[in-house]
Design a protein around this ligand. Structure first.
Ligand code: GLY
Length: 421
């Protein structure tokens, strides 16, 4: 099959690796993907250039990685052009694009989530002060626009919460205040095709920049899968209590969801509660999750794209665990330094290293983004998977780079637990 993948990060590299064996194109891609796919330039990740490119390469399937083209309507435009696409429509992608829409759907579907209050730029600092009186600490303050996971501040410091909220308002976006949800977080990726919901393995992300969950929020610094601490039946509860009711509500509203619904949930004393939805695969959780998928990825994505997910045989998975550790550039996430040389023996081995922000020069790979590489580890136990990833990352050199040393550590030590229900 000729498949066009849209995007340029570690998630898209993982998708391409899973799709290997097909004729693959990626736009714009990155230097590390060149052995798997033809990297094609694209003017903008907006609907028309994506449709034009899909026609040019005669794509039989388009897989849209990031949220921005989905929220802009790229999947609608491809469907109108008769090209199968993995990704929800513009309206359905509002589950990620508009937190107010997501809250409304959850309320109608009876799905547990944090209490929220939205403050608009017109309401200004007075609105912020009033919201801070009603919430926290802990304060949870979210940019209501698309911010790639980086627009969230969770803090006990009221001044920090106010500063973030006012900065979001000054940028012209509404800001959302939420009650803090207790409990460890789960990322559960669900394939959704109308009312059919098929979960992948549950994963956990590490969103803060530094060890011990300190520092600013990032797009994600590492992840592991599956979750040894999740109660038995945990995945089924998230599907039954969150993903399926939301899928049904979307069908009832006449905007059926077709693509990947990323359920970000906190597992508190009453079970799972939604922190956020995303309308696409998560990054970096996709990297370890797909590394354990035995069912051919092309079959899975094509089934969703063509409305035949209900006919797909149950997914098959490798035994054991997988982990990914992100190598980030100096000053990530605030203002990452680019152009530093990267060396290491496994840089061209996609079983071990997936590229996120790299460029190729005559002298070799250099950094070209904040998250530069995702190193993968596998093992019979979570401890072995994490150790495998750290063994590989220790062999990579890049001036100024850093990575978290504690990915999966609390789970390995048995320190992640959920309250008995
Ligand atoms: N890992 C967080 C995200 O993909 O949004």
């Amino acid at each position: 099959m000729r498949i066009l993948v849209i995007g340029s990060g570690g998630r898209e590299h993982a998708l391409l690796k899973g799709l290997a064996g097909n004729e693959l194109f990626v736009a714009p891609g990155n230097a590390g993907m060149e052995s798997l796919a033809k990297c094609l330039p694209i003017d903008a990740l907006t609907p028309q250039p994506i449709v034009d490119l899909a026609k040019e390469v005669d794509a039989e399937l388009v897989v849209i990685g990031p949220e921005v083209p989905l929220v802009a309507g790229a999947a609608d435009a491809l469907r109108e052009a008769g090209i199968p696409v993995f990704g929800p429509t513009q309206e359905a992608a509002q589950l990620e694009g508009s937190k107010a829409f997501a809250k409304d759907v959850m309320a109608a579907a009876g799905v547990a989530t944090a209490r929220a209050l939205r403050v608009t730029p017109e309401e200004g600092t007075a609105g912020v002060e009033s919201a801070l009186e009603q919430f926290g600490p802990n304060y949870v303050v979210k940019d209501d626009g698309l911010a790639g996971g980086k627009g969230v501040v969770v803090t006990t410091d009221r001044a920090e919460a106010a500063a973030h909220a006012n900065a979001v308002l000054e940028a012209g976006n509404p800001v959302l205040f939420e009650s803090f949800l207790e409990g460890p977080e789960v990322s559960l990726f669900c394939l959704v095709d109308g009312e059919t919901v098929v979960p992948l393995l549950p994963a956990q992300d590490h969103k803060r920049a530094y060890d011990n969950d300190e520092g600013p929020n990032t797009g994600g610094m590492g992840a592991y899968t599956p979750l040894p601490w999740l109660p038995e039946g945990g995945v089924e509860r998230i599907v039954d209590e969150i993903a399926r009711p939301v899928a049904r509500e979307m069908v009832a509203r006449g905007i059926p969801y077709q693509g990947l619904l990323y359920v970000g949930a906190a597992w508190g004393s009453e079970g799972p509660s939604v922190v956020e939805f995303n309308a696409r695969f998560g990054d970096p959780e996709t990297q370890p999750v797909l590394s354990l998928l035995k069912t051919p990825l092309d079959t899975v994505l094509y089934a969703v794209a063509t409305g035949t997910l209900a006919d797909l045989a149950p997914l098959e998975w490798e035994d054991g665990f997988a982990a990914t550790v992100v190598l980030a550039a100096e000053n990530y996430p605030a203002s990452p330094v680019k152009g530093d040389a990267i060396t290491g023996a496994e840089l061209d081995n996609p079983d071990k290293v997936l590229h996120a922000g790299t460029k190729r020069t005559d002298a070799g790979y250099v950094s070209a983004g904040g998250r530069v590489l995702n190193v993968l580890g596998r093992g019979a136990t979570l401890e072995e998977a994490v150790a495998d990833a750290y063994r590989v990352i220790e062999g990579i050199e890049m001036r100024g780079s850093f990575y978290r040393k504690d990915i999966g550590r609390r789970a390995v030590a048995g320190e992640v637990s959920v309250e008995k229900q």
